[in-house]
Design a protein around this ligand. Structure first.
Ligand SMILES: CC(C)(COP(=O)(O)OP(=O)(O)OC[C@H]1O[C@@H](n2cnc3c(N)ncnc32)[C@H](O)[C@@H]1OP(=O)(O)O)[C@@H](O)C(=O)NCCC(=O)NCCS
Length: 380
C-alpha cells in the first residue's frame, strides 16, 4: 500500500477533485454555474448556442467577426457522409436513439478529414464538425424511422433553428427556436459530470476526439445521468394515461424505494440554476401550447418531492415537459442533451490534451488477503 497517497475512496468519488480546469465553475451550495466565469443566467438571457460554443472552445466571448466566422464554420459542417446515412438506414428498428448516436459518432471518425490528427487545431475542427453532425444524425434518424424524407440543412439558420428544421421538416417559430437555443446553452457544459469525465479519461490516453465523444455518449445514456429526462417524461405520460394523482404516484414510487428521475444532484445542495430557467420555459411553453397539464403535473411533483424528501429538481426535470411541448419525441430527449453537451465535451478534450497526462487513479483493494495462493483445479 506504500505507493498510495490515499487509501480509501468515497463512494462514487464524491467530493474528489480530479483535475484542474478553466472551463466551468460550479458552487453547489450557492447554486452557481458559470462557463469561463460567466454566470449561466446571463448566458441564458443574452447569449446563443453558437456564442456559447465559442466561449467554451476559445476561452472568451467572440467579437462579431469571430462569431460570424464560427457560425459560418458550423453551417459549412452541416453535412453527413452518405455512408453515415446508409448506416442509419440499416439499423434495426428496435435500436434506441442513444445507442444509434453512439455508434454513428464512432463511425463518423472513418470519414473525418483529420482522423489521423490529434493536435489542438484539428480537435477544434473536429469539435465544430461533431457539433453540426450530431444534430444532423439525431434528426436524420428520427426522419428515417418515421419513413419521412431526410431534410436538407439550411445554412442560413442558427444551430437550434436548423436542428428543428431537420427534425420537423419546417422552420421553427421564433419562440421554439429561442426555447431550444436556451436549452442548448443550459446543457452545454457541467464540469466533471460522468460523461465529461469519461471523455477526458479517454482523451488522456492519447486516443482521439471521436473515441472520447463516443465514450461520453455511452456514459450520458444512463438514467442516473442524461437518461433522466426521458425517464421523467415516461412518468408524466404514465400519470396522464392512468389519470393518476401525480403526488400519489410519486409517493408510491418512494414507498417502493424508487428514485424519482429529475431530482437530486451530486453537486448542488440548492436549486440547480438550470432548473430555474427550464421551469419557466416549461410553464410558458405548456401554457402557450394549450397543454398546461404537463407543467401543472410537474409542479405538483416538484412541490411534493421538495417537501417530502428535501430534494430539488435538477436540469432534467423540467426539460422533459419543455422538449415534449416543442414536439420532440421522448426517446430523443437524451440525444438532444448530447446535441448540446458535445460543445462541453469537446472543450474538455481540447483542454485535457493541451496539458495532458494519463488519468490513471488507484483502487482501494478489498479482496482476498495477499498472498492468496493458486490452488490446482483438481484440489479445489
Ligand atoms: C443525481 C443522483 C444520481 C445523485 O446521486 P448521489 O449523489 O450518488 O446521491 P445518492 O443516490 O447517494 O442519494 C443520496 C440520498 O438521497 C436520496 N435520493 C437522491 N436522489 C433521489 C431521487 N431522485 N429520488 C429519491 N431519493 C433520492 C437517495 O435515496 C439517498 O437517500 P439515503 O441516504 O436515504 O439512501 C441522484 O440524485 C439520482 O439518482 N437522481 C435521479 C436521477 C437523475 O435525475 N439524474 C440526473 C442528474 S442531473
Amino acid at each position: 500500500m506504500s505507493s498510495l497517497s490515499t487509501t480509501s475512496a468515497p463512494k462514487g468519488l464524491e467530493g474528489i477533485v480530479a483535475t484542474t480546469s478553466k472551463i466551468c465553475y460550479i458552487d453547489g451550495d450557492q447554486g452557481v454555474l458559470a462557463y469561463r466565469g460567466i454566470d449561466i443566467h446571463e448566458l441564458a438571457e443574452h447569449s446563443n448556442f453558437e456564442e456559447t460554443c465559442y466561449l467554451l472552445w476559445f476561452g472568451k466571448l467572440p467579437t462579431s467577426a469571430e462569431l460570424a466566422g464560427l457560425r459560418a464554420r458550423l453551417a459549412a459542417a452541416r453535412e453527413l457522409d452518405p455512408a453515415i446515412l446508409a448506416l442509419l438506414r440499416g439499423i434495426p428498428s428496435s435500436a434506441q436513439p442513444m445507442d444509434i448516436l453512439r455508434t454513428a459518432v464512432s463511425a463518423l471518425s472513418f470519414y473525418d478529414p483529420e482522423n489521423k490528427k490529434n493536435d489542438h487545431d484539428a480537435n477544434v475542427n473536429k469539435a465544430i464538425r461533431l457539433t453540426s453532425q450530431i444534430a444532423m444524425i439525431v434528426a436524420a434518424y428520427d426522419r428515417i424511422r418515421k419513413g419521412l424524407p431526410i431534410v436538407a440543412p439550411d445554412r442560413s439558420l442558427s444551430h437550434a433553428a436548423n436542428f428543428l428544421l431537420l427534425l420537423n421538416g419546417k422552420a421553427p417559430s421564433p419562440t421554439a427556436e429561442r426555447a431550444l437555443d436556451i436549452a442548448l446553452i443550459l446543457h452545454a457544459d457541467h464540469e466533471l459530470n460522468a460523461s465529461t469525465f469519461a471523455a477526458r479519461v479517454t482523451a488522456a490516453t492519447l486516443s482521439d476526439m471521436h473515441s472520447a465523444i463516443t465514450a461520453a455518449i455511452g456514459a450520458l445514456k444512463g438514467p442516473l445521468h442524461g437518461g433522466a429526462n426521458e425517464a421523467v417524461f415516461r412518468i408524466l405520460e404514465s400519470i396522464d394515461a392512468q389519470g393518476s394523482d401525480p403526488v400519489a404516484y410519486v409517493k408510491d414510487m418512494l414507498a417502493q424505494k424508487k428514485k424519482i428521475p429529475g431530482f437530486g444532484h451530486r453537486v448542488y445542495h440548492t436549486e440547480d440554476p438550470r432548473a430555474t430557467h427550464l421551469r419557466k420555459m416549461s410553464r410558458d411553453l405548456c401554457h402557450a401550447s394549450g397543454h398546461p397539464k404537463w407543467y401543472d403535473m410537474s409542479q405538483k411533483i416538484e412541490d411534493f418531492v421538495k417537501a417530502e424528501k428535501k430534494l430539488n429538481a435538477n436540469v432534467d426535470f423540467y426539460s422533459a415537459s419543455t422538449y415534449h411541448t416543442l414536439g420532440i419525441d421522448v426517446d430523443l430527449f437524451t440525444p438532444i442533451f448530447a446535441v448540446s453537451r458535445i460543445s462541453g465535451w469537446a472543450a474538455h478534450v481540447i483542454e485535457q490534451l493541451d496539458d495532458n497526462r494519463l488519468i490513471r487513479p488507484r483502487a482501494d483493494y478489498q479482496g482476498p488477503k495477499y498472498p492468496a495462493h493458486y490452488m490446482p483445479i483438481a484440489e479445489r
